[in-house]
Design a protein around this ligand. Structure first.
Ligand code: NAD
Ligand code: WQD
Length: 337
């Protein structure tokens, strides 16, 4: 019995593959490499000693998916496969709706063909909108302000409807906050193409001398020091949460939502200060105008995942800085090296 990681060559999927294998699961990866590299499979072998079956397919393609399910007895799917650039989603909404929604619909259809009834989905804190933190799962969702975020909320709704229609279906919606860092080996990590939109990969590129300075998008927010506050969680802790989610989905049907976060926030300035302290490299910064669509503060209440799943993040900001920097130093050009 195997777990299919749709989009498993990506940042979070690859780290989840490690956690699953180390927890004794058999893993299969399907990925079209639209935002990753097949080198990840070799890196995962180096870390785990396991040759993971890899299918370079578009998960929107049902025929390709069917071949995977014919080759392997898939007992559950963890769905990471999505396009995730907010700015690109605003420019190319149809690409995002087509990719992100067709992917989940194709997965559900093929899963039904093969009586696979367990689905874990990579959702996002973005579905909380600008709710006053701490965010809890019972809070009403808000229509996200961009097509990417809307595909996340729509996918949650699609999966909820499927679970309503099929009482044997089990869905776990994991609402990720801000995953950062990398596996301690430095062999897998976040490899954004082009100019990083997210804070942490941009920060590590400044430290590496690839960028001259970090733009701080706004210092006039109603926060501890005026800069944006987010709930950063180590990607390995986030990945471990999927093991707990899978176990939960095996024992329950219906839909369950869990926040995966630390439960408190760091401001941009606090992140920069922590990084400079841990890594010992000064980070030049400049105050820039607020970024459109940004909210002041977002962080989770992760109590439900702790109480119901038994999951709790173990790593702190120093670990995230140290591990992200190791990945950056070992792979200055991501997987292109
Ligand atoms: P990523 O881009 O590194 O990984 C996504 C993977 O999916 C990539 O390997 C890409 O090649 C693949 N993919 C995309 N469309 C596909 C398709 N149609 N068929 C096959 N493969 C496809 O992104 P990530 O940071 O690992 O995020 C994984 C998931 O978690 C995404 O769904 C993302 O929306 C969600 N998420 C990410 C964050 C974050 O901050 N990274 C936060 C919340 C939610
Ligand atoms: C964090 C903070 C910025 C870059 C996004 C998506 C979300 C999810 C995670 C996919 C904010 C500030 C950033 C920079 C800065 N992705 N910042 N200078 O915006 O919380 O979440 O990624 O699901 O959906 O919205 O993360 O890392 O972009 O920003 O000052 O160069 O850092 O303003 O306060 P965000 P981020």
């Amino acid at each position: 019995m195997a777990i299919l990681l749709a989009g498993g060559c990506g940042y979070i999927g690859s780290h989840t593959a490690v956690e699953l294998i180390q927890a004794g699961y058999e893993v299969v990866i399907a990925d079209n490499l639209s935002n990753s590299s097949a080198k990840v499979i070799d890196r995962l072998f180096s870390i785990t000693g396991v040759h993971i079956p890899f299918y370079e397919i578009d998960v929107c393609d049902r025929v390709g998916l069917e071949q995977v399910f014919q080759q392997h007895k898939i007992e559950a799917v963890i769905h990471f496969a999505a396009l995730k650039s907010i700015s690109e989603s605003v420019e190319l909404p149809v690409l995002y709706y087509r990719n992100n929604l067709d992917a989940v619909l194709s997965l559900i259809e093929v899963m039904n063909q093969f009586s696979c009834k367990r689905f874990v989905f990579s959702s996002s804190a973005t579905v909380y909108g600008d709710a006053t933190p701490p965010c809890v799962e019972t809070m009403p969702t808000a229509l996200p302000t961009n097509p990417y975020g809307r595909t996340k909320l729509m996918t949650e709704q699609i999966l909820s409807d499927v679970a309503l229609a099929d009482k044997d279906f089990s869905v776990v919606l994991l609402r990720y906050f801000n995953p950062i860092g990398a596996h301690e080996s430095g062999l897998i990590g976040e490899a954004p193409s082009g100019v990083p939109a997210n804070l942490f990969p941009y920060l590590t590129q400044v430290a590496a001398g690839e960028r001259a300075y970090l733009n701080i998008y706004g210092d006039d927010y109603p926060t501890v020091d005026g800069t944006g506050v987010r709930d950063y969680i180590h990607v390995c802790d986030l990945a471990a949460g999927h093991v707990y989610a899978l176990d939960y989905a095996a024992q329950h049907t219906g839909v369950e939502i869990f926040n995966l976060g630390l439960g408190f926030g760091y401001s941009v300035r606090q992140v920069v200060a922590a990084f400079e302290r841990v890594v010992g490299i000064p980070i030049p910064t400049r105050i820039a105008p607020r970024r459109a669509g940004d909210i002041a503060e977002s962080f989770s209440n992760p109590a439900k995942a702790q109480q119901v799943l038994g999951w709790k993040a173990k790593r702190n900001m120093d670990d995230m800085c140290r591990d992200a920097w190791r990945w950056q130093k070992m792979n200055p050009h991501g997987y292109a090296d």
